[in-house]
Design a protein around this ligand. Structure first.
Ligand SMILES: Cc1cc2nc3c(=O)[nH]c(=O)nc-3n(C[C@H](O)[C@H](O)[C@H](O)COP(=O)(O)OP(=O)(O)OC[C@H]3O[C@@H](n4cnc5c(N)ncnc54)[C@H](O)[C@@H]3O)c2cc1C
Length: 408
């Protein structure tokens, strides 16, 4: 049996819950489906403070933030169904695995707010032994904050994104000795001040520009991590390795259902209204790209709700132009499509995989239209503005990035 409902939001993290809360405030009936036993999303596993400042003018831990989002959603009238894991989408029918068997729903509008997943050792092609002591930041946070235990006494951290330093802080707080962080790039991928601060206060050496990383040991027990820097072979003694960051959208299920998939973002194509070309579906939050801070996902979810509400109240046909942007240097760009029937504040926003200097060029029907100099760090979002674009259906928009700097 298929249950017909008004709006389904899949994923009860900051984006899904803020979207659902706003929809309920706009008098829409909305059900949030979450696969976990608790709603709140990723923040539930982040025991440190640093959440809620812009949204609620309060400094909260991740679990407190998740609980507050849940409370606000319930107070607004949102129905939250836990232990509902979306595993298949057949046309517009959502299939959930639940403790009581498979349940099927069909909604007038569906919002995907599925979040991201951290890359593990296999995604980075790191060779060496297998061991239960090879974990991710998420697993580390769960050990420390949920089970109040530690997985090992000494470790090496792979990667230098913001979340890698969060893993370092959690490790240090739990007396896990992190002597070394390793990074393949020349510079760290986060704020450069974090390198001297970590070295001074945590006595953690950050080795950048390393290669040939391999994990050594015997019988699943790690003895050391070996890296190469220039001609030098370096061995770092440790009992465990923490793979951090490299966030990828939780989008396998979307890739299976939607042909219109963006391989740069590893997610679905969406307009500035967070809407897919099949207008029954929307997507918001980290599932659209890599990881942004929780407050950004919260506000984005809320904005998405207004577009979902509008689409039900005054249905306008979408007039879509896809933005072509094929660049190996780019981590993600959103939106990836423009709906000409909806106001546009900018063309798109993007992030690079690593520090970049160069030029972005926007071509309209093959003719260069916007030139934008770039000097960006990997954690900085670059906005390409909308400057008096006279665009009509059938036009072609392409963005090209070249690393050669241009005199401006
Ligand atoms: C270690 C760490 C530390 C962080 N620290 C901070 C910080 O201090 N401050 C800050 O602002 N941000 C921080 N963040 C980032 C923040 O947690 C995320 O930006 C935010 O949670 C993203 O919200 P979201 O709703 O898009 O996704 P998520 O919070 O990931 O929520 C997605 C939800 O969808 C559910 N889901 C996925 N697939 C399915 C499915 N098939 N069926 C049903 N449900 C599904 C998931 O279970 C999850 O509950 C941190 C992140 C990490 C990993």
């Amino acid at each position: 049996m298929v249950n017909d409902i008004n709006i389904a939001v899949i994923g009860a993290g900051p984006a899904g819950l803020s979207c659902a809360t706003q929809l309920a405030k706009l008098s829409q009936e909305v059900i949030v489906f979450e696969r976990q036993t608790k709603s709140g999303g990723t923040p539930l596993h982040c025991g440190h403070k640093g959440f809620g400042m812009l949204e609620f003018q309060r400094v909260l831990t991740g679990p407190q933030y998740g609980e507050l989002l849940t409370k606000k959603a319930k107070n607004a009238g949102v129905d939250i169904r836990l232990r509902h894991s979306l595993y298949k989408i057949e046309d517009d029918i959502l299939h959930f695995a639940t403790p009581n068997g498979v349940k099927k729903y069909r909604a007038k509008r569906v919002v995907f707010a599925l979040g991201v997943r951290e890359s593990h050792r296999s995604n980075y092609f790191i060779s060496g032994i297998r061991s239960p002591n090879i974990i991710t930041t998420g697993a580390l946070q769960r050990f420390v904050y949920e089970y109040e235990s530690i997985p090992f006494k000494s470790g090496t951290i792979y990667n230098t994104e913001l979340v890698s330093f969060s893993a370092l802080a959690t490790s240090k707080k739990s007396d896990i000795d992190i002597k070394t962080m390793v990074e393949k790039e020349k510079n760290i991928k986060s704020f450069s001040i974090l390198k001297p601060l970590s070295e001074k206060f945590f006595e953690t050496v950050i080795r950048t520009g390393v290669k040939d990383i391999s994990i050594y040991g015997e019988d699943k027990k790690i003895s050391h991590v070996a890296v190469k820097k220039g001609d030098r072979n370096i061995a770092v003694e440790c009992e465990g390795v923490i793979f951090t960051g490299g966030f990828r959208p939780e989008s396998a299920i979307l890739q299976e259902r939607f042909k219109d998939f963006n391989h740069t973002n590893k997610s679905v194509n969406t307009t500035q209204a967070f809407r897919l070309s099949d207008g029954r579906f929307f997507a918001t939050g980290n599932v659209l790209r890599g990881a942004l801070a929780a407050f950004k996902c919260y506000f984005e979810g809320k904005r998405c709700a207004n577009f979902v509400d509008n689409s039900l109240k005054e249905e306008k046909e979408q007039e879509i132009i896809k933005i072509k942007f094929d660049s190996d240097e780019v981590d993600w760009f959103t939106p990836t499509m423009i709906d000409l029937n909806i106001e546009r504040k900018y063309l798109t926003k993007l992030r690079f995989k690593k520090e970049q200097k160069g030029e972005l060029k926007v071509l309209l029907n093959g003719k260069p239209f916007i030139f934008q100099g770039v000097n960006a760090k990997p954690y900085e979002t670059v906005t390409i503005p909308w400057i008096n674009f006279e665009v009509k259906k059938g036009d072609k928009i392409e963005i090209v990035f070249t690393t050669a700097p241009r005199d401006i």
